[in-house]
Design a protein around this ligand. Structure first.
Ligand code: NDP
Length: 384
């Protein structure tokens, strides 16, 4: 059936079938000719939600994303992908998920046939992001992928290309783009409200205790193949993000240093890193990350003042201030719910996501340059 007829045929113009048609690019020429972006809205009543399947039911999916999906209004949890049968049983009961929407890593590709799942949210160890994003795209599903987007620049490029080829949208789980304090510092920095930002100090770290190294969610983080790197890939990436969205620029060079106090634990990945990013407008960023202590802060000094967020990168409890006084936002927004609803709205209205694949790619370019600087004996490495 051509796309125009499909859309006008009442028994076929359900929300899910419409999205599937759109995402798979079926009859894209006919769609382009016959359907403005708002056909999506017409076919999708405002009170209907998009279906989300979480892939990998670990700490973040269990503790943050599934609860957030109880607060979303534009999308809902309709499916799961897990390699652990006992988790499947628990989740089916807890979230009322029907058996036909439960997959494991072998049956994953069959999601292509499931009209109740529109968005696949990849919450797997970093080394699995690329494969499961590309397979989701090939199944004709829109993809939200956790940070870091992947473990290399090349993987990010492959993911973007796969999603473009499939005609599906791709976003990265940078939840802070949906948090008011972070949105404020984007404006303060990019609009030069206190003049140009000259120097920033951004850092995020937490301590991995020696006693926790065999816990499943820590074990893969210490394995280079699964994690791609250590603290930098996991939490240092927030410091890079912060620098990029405060300046609104891409760094042109980096110089980095690595320290290991527990080489027996961090034999495969980095424990503590410092990095200095140079931006084209003149901002210099003093960045750091560690698996050996807890801190998280974003600080910027500008020509005529300063601003900071501290604590900066948590799910809640975010606090910000400028030289004029505190930022007066409530810090208890559900960042994850906001991000998922925003992504659902982009799909519904055929808009580009606020945090697209290129955001993830740019951070991996910086991360690779940081590792290159360290490997080359802390030399200055140009980026891009
Ligand atoms: P966990 O280890 O807690 O969960 C990962 C899950 O992936 C496992 O529970 C398992 O689920 C599945 N999995 C499949 N294969 C493997 C494997 N070989 N080894 C380990 N797990 C496997 O990790 P997190 O939830 O902490 O992190 C997952 C992702 O989310 C990471 O990319 C991380 O960077 C990101 N993250 C993002 C946060 C944010 O604030 N945006 C916060 C925390 C994490 P199952 O048993 O269902 O198969």
């Amino acid at each position: 059936m051509d796309a125009a007829r499909f859309l006008s045929c009442p028994e076929h113009s359900t929300r899910r079938q419409f999205l599937k048609t759109l995402s798979q690019g079926i009859g894209s020429a006919a769609l382009a000719a016959s359907a403005a972006p708002y056909v999506g809205r017409a076919a999708l009543p405002d009170d209907e939600t998009l279906g989300v399947a979480l892939v990998g039911l670990g700490n973040y999916a269990t503790g943050q994303l599934a609860p957030a999906l109880q607060e979303t209004t534009k999308c809902e949890l309709t499916g799961i992908v897990t390699g652990t049968p006992s988790k499947a049983e628990t989740w089916k009961k807890k979230y009322d998920i029907p058996e036909e929407n439960v997959y494991n890593y072998e049956t994953y590709d069959r999601i292509a046939d499931n009209d109740n799942i529109d968005i696949i949210y990849v919450v797997l160890p970093n080394g699995m992001h690329a494969e499961y994003t590309i397979r989701a795209a090939e199944a004709g599903k829109h993809v939200l992928c956790e940070k870091p987007m992947a473990t290399s620049v090349q993987e990010c490029k492959d993911m973007i290309a796969a999603c473009e080829t499939a005609g599906v949208k791709l976003s990265v789980g940078y939840r802070l783009h949906f948090e008011p304090h972070h949105q404020r510092v984007m404006t303060l920095g990019q609009d030069e409200v206190f003049g140009p930002v000259t120097v920033m100090q951004n850092g995020f770290g937490f301590r991995i205790p020696d006693s926790a190294t065999d816990e499943p969610h820590i074990e893969w983080r210490l394995n280079k193949e699964m994690a791609g790197g250590g603290a930098l890939m996991d939490v240092g990436i927030y410091a890079i993000q912060g620098a990029r969205y405060v300046t609104g620029e891409e760094p042109v060079a980096v110089t980095a240093q690595e320290y290991k106090t527990r080489p027996e634990v961090f034999s495969d990945v980095d424990e503590t890193l410092f990095f200095q990013l140079e931006f084209p407008g003149g901002t210099v960023v003093d960045g750091s990350t560690t698996y050996n202590g807890s801190y998280n802060r974003l600080y910027a000094t500008a020509r005529d003042g300063w601003f900071e967020i501290s604590p900066a990168y948590g799910y809640g409890g975010v606090e910000g201030r400028t030289h004029d006084g505190p930022m007066d936002f409530k810090s208890n927004v559900n960042q994850q719910a906001r991000q998922m609803d925003a992504f659902a709205e982009c799909i519904r209205h055929d808009r580009s996501p606020r945090v697209g694949g290129k955001e993830g790619l740019r951070d991996l370019e910086v991360i690779e340059a940081i590792y290159e600087s360290i490997d080359a004996g802390n030399t200055r490495v140009e980026i891009g």
